[in-house]
Design a protein around this ligand. Structure first.
Ligand SMILES: NC(=O)c1ccc[n+]([C@@H]2O[C@H](COP(=O)([O-])OP(=O)(O)OC[C@H]3O[C@@H](n4cnc5c(N)ncnc54)[C@H](OP(=O)(O)O)[C@@H]3O)[C@@H](O)[C@H]2O)c1
Length: 288
């Protein structure tokens, strides 16, 4: 199963990989983290999401990008592998703080290129709009970085449909990355998923199995356990399959810090939920 990246004509595996759990608090050691990335690639995953701020704090910026670079250098398989990174946040004292100033975005992007060891990045995403900076200023600077050849394609993250529409007036946006899982169905009702489909924008579903703080609780839900049993699958795979069922433009990027979990996520493309099962999960919850 494949997903197109926006209107680029490029296709990737319908399940991507999110690198965040390999670099934040509780992360595995470096050799184990690299094994997880290799396992993702060996399982056919060819789209990896990262960010300069997937790290412990501002003294550790680029940790995840550096792991990905090392993993790609030592992987014995064949490409192409598509890397998406982001700028627009900082981690002072370990907090997550927006900084969408054009100067900061330029510095962050150039630093990501160095860390990844490339002269351009496949997809550069504004991590989140900064309420202190006009969106047009942040997107405008990313557009200039694209004109300079440092970025191939542009994406946004944590945006509304209105923000997507206003950014599209400045430069072509190929992806939107928002939180999406059976407990966070907001974007099905507020136009974001629809707007993406109409504009041929890939909707990248982050935290598709609930996110670091909630995944265990979600995986214990009786409805997911029941459907999983019928498919001889895990509740995590059912959540990923549900995400995929919501549109051919939806690309879930589950994270993992363990080899078994990433391998299991990649196998979720093989599950086909019945309409009635999808509808029962639809009723699961609508969390704003
Ligand atoms: N743009 C944004 O603002 C934003 C925000 C959050 C996340 N993201 C991106 O989205 C990615 C995914 O989100 P996330 O990592 O927060 O949450 P997630 O994908 O919902 O995963 C949370 C945890 O669930 C476990 N898991 C995942 N798949 C599993 C499976 N098949 N079987 C068993 N356990 C499984 C993993 O645990 P283990 O660690 O124990 O393997 C993982 O750490 C991130 O890595 C990041 O790239 C973006």
């Amino acid at each position: 199963m494949k997903r197109q990246i926006g209107a680029t004509g490029l296709e990737v595996n319908a399940i991507g990989f999110g690198g965040m759990p390999l670099s934040i608090k509780g992360r595995p050691n470096e050799p184990d983290a690299i094994k997880v990335i290799h396992a993702a690639l060996d399982a056919g995953i060819d789209f990896i999401d990262t960010a300069n701020v997937y790290c412990i704090d501002d003294n550790d910026l680029g940790h995840n990008e550096s792991l990905i670079k090392k993993a790609l250098q030592t992987w014995r398989g064949d490409g192409p592998i598509y890397i998406a990174t982001k700028g627009g946040l900082r981690r002072p004292g370990g907090d997550w703080v927006t900084n969408g100033q054009p100067k900061e975005l330029r510095r962050a992007c150039e630093s990501s290129l160095k860390t990844l060891g490339v002269d351009h990045v496949f997809l550069y995403q504004l991590h989140a709009p900064d309420s202190k900076v006009p969106l047009a200023d942040s997107v405008g600077e990313i557009s200039r970085l694209q004109e300079e050849g440092k970025i191939i394609h542009i994406g946004l993250s944590n945006v509304s449909a209105a923000e997507l529409n206003s950014a599209q007036k400045i430069v072509r946006i190929e992806t939107v990355q928002n939180r999406f899982n059976p407990m966070s169905q907001r974007d099905l009702y507020n136009d974001v998923v629809d707007a993406c489909q109409k504009q041929k924008v890939t909707y990248i579903a982050y935290s598709p199995v609930g996110g670091g703080g909630h995944h265990v609780e979600m995986a214990e839900h009786p409805l997911l356990l029941e459907i999983a049993q019928d498919h001889q699958a895990t509740p995590y795979q059912i959540m990923l399959s549900w995400c995929l069922s919501k549109g051919r433009h939806i690309l879930p990027i589950p994270g993992a810090s363990k080899v078994n979990n990433v391998v299991s996520s990649a196998a979720a493309v093989k599950i086909h939920l019945k309409t009635e099962e999808i509808q029962r999960i639809d009723e699961f919850s609508v969390v704003a």
